[in-house]
Design a protein around this ligand. Structure first.
Ligand SMILES: Nc1ncnc2c1ncn2[C@@H]1O[C@H](COP(=O)(O)OP(=O)(O)OP(=O)(O)O)[C@@H](O)[C@H]1O
Ligand SMILES: [Mg+2]
Length: 318
């Protein structure tokens, strides 16, 4: 599996009793992780035995720390440097469980540099191999570039799994990726052509809405669609039919990156030929395990297997 991270960031986690805007506060603790949603998906795939080649379009300033951090995690990183500063994402975790996320924008990339990156990635695609691309795109890349990226991956023989914000996702879908995996708010935003997803409460009808959204997105020419709905679970639409998997109760430590861990876990099993419902089960097991870790998307193989057993019919591992 190839993983493509177009807009990497450093996650700076800040732990506070309570966030009081406009005041001077002292954090109880701080953590930093080399990040970007595709990197979180790569972590999720590692927990499932995959060994992804992770291509990151990485600004020069701050690159050494970023590269060293991922190498220390055992990630097979290929960095594609360009001029600029690595962005940062500040995540404030409060004792109440509330999380506030402030995303940095990313460094402007020249179009020529972007296409060099895309060509380099496409040159590494194996026939029929999966390519996972998640997260935002850097300034300088427009919707036409994203549609073009999606078609180039297919032309190179790759199966693209794409998970990005609504405007970019709509542009990506126009290029007909093999799989998309938005959350429910993002899926509904794409379908209603708005760019600002409203948070969705995982109410009783969340899975029904997720399944409906999956069917509608699939009818736009995407082979596989999963729509995740937080604690409510996930629904999907494929050429073989639709399905739902209800969420299970987990102790929530870090919900950020659950969708990415889901994607990384699921694609790991699609890659080795497992059925779609079974790959989804592993995806959810990985997401549940990742929610218990601070490193975004990371999960231990043991935790993923433990959750998988809880999700499998009769509680048995398949
Ligand atoms: N609070 C929760 N309790 C139980 N399971 C959860 C919870 N949050 C997420 N999950 C699991 O993780 C999967 C993906 O979560 P979610 O829909 O929140 O993704 P997301 O919004 O894309 O997350 P992110 O963008 O932060 O990666 C869900 O389908 C569910 O299985
Ligand atoms: Mg997501």
């Amino acid at each position: 599996m190839l993983v493509v991270c177009p807009n990497p960031t450093v996650d700076r986690q800040v732990f506070l009793a309570a966030l009081e805007p406009g005041t001077v506060l002292r954090a109880g603790a701080n953590k930093a992780f080399a990040a970007g949603k595709a990197v979180s998906a790569a972590r999720g795939s590692l927990a499932n035995g995959a060994r992804p080649e992770v291509h990151v379009l990485l600004p020069d300033e701050g690159a050494e720390w970023y590269e060293a951090a991922l190498h220390a995690e055992g990630m097979n990183l290929v960095s594609h440097r360009y001029p600029g500063i690595v962005r940062e994402t500040v995540l404030v975790y409060e004792e109440s469980g509330r999380v506030t996320v402030i995303n940095g924008n990313g460094a402007l990339v020249e179009r020529e540099r972007w296409y060099e990156f895309v060509r380099a990635v496409c040159a590494r695609i194996l026939p029929g191999g999966w390519v996972v691309c998640s997260g935002s795109f850097p300034p300088g890349i427009d919707e036409a570039d994203i549609t073009d990226f999606v078609t180039r991956v297919a032309r190179a023989g790759g199966k693209l799994a794409l998970d990005t914000g609504p405007a970019w996702l709509a542009a990506g879908i126009a290029g007909r990726p093999m799989l998309v995996s938005p959350n429910l708010a993002e899926a509904e935003a794409v379908l209603s052509r708005t760019d600002a997803p409203e948070p969705v409460e995982p109410g009783a009808d969340a899975l029904r809405r997720a399944e409906l959204a999956a069917i509608k997105l699939q009818s736009r020419g995407v082979h596989y669609v999963t729509v995740t709905a937080g604690a409510a679970g996930v629904a999907w639409a494929t050429p073989d039919g639709t399905g739902r998997l209800a969420g299970i109760e987990v102790e929530v430590r870090n919900p950020i990156g659950a969708g990415d861990a889901f994607m990384g876990g699921m694609v790991s099993w699609l890659e080795v030929g497992w059925s779609f419902p079974e790959a989804v089960r592993w995806g959810m097991a990985t997401a549940c395990a990742a929610i218990g870790q601070w490193s975004p998307g990371a999960a231990s193989a043991e935790d993923a297997a433990r959750y998988h057993a809880r999700l499998s019919p009769n509680g048995a591992t398949a």
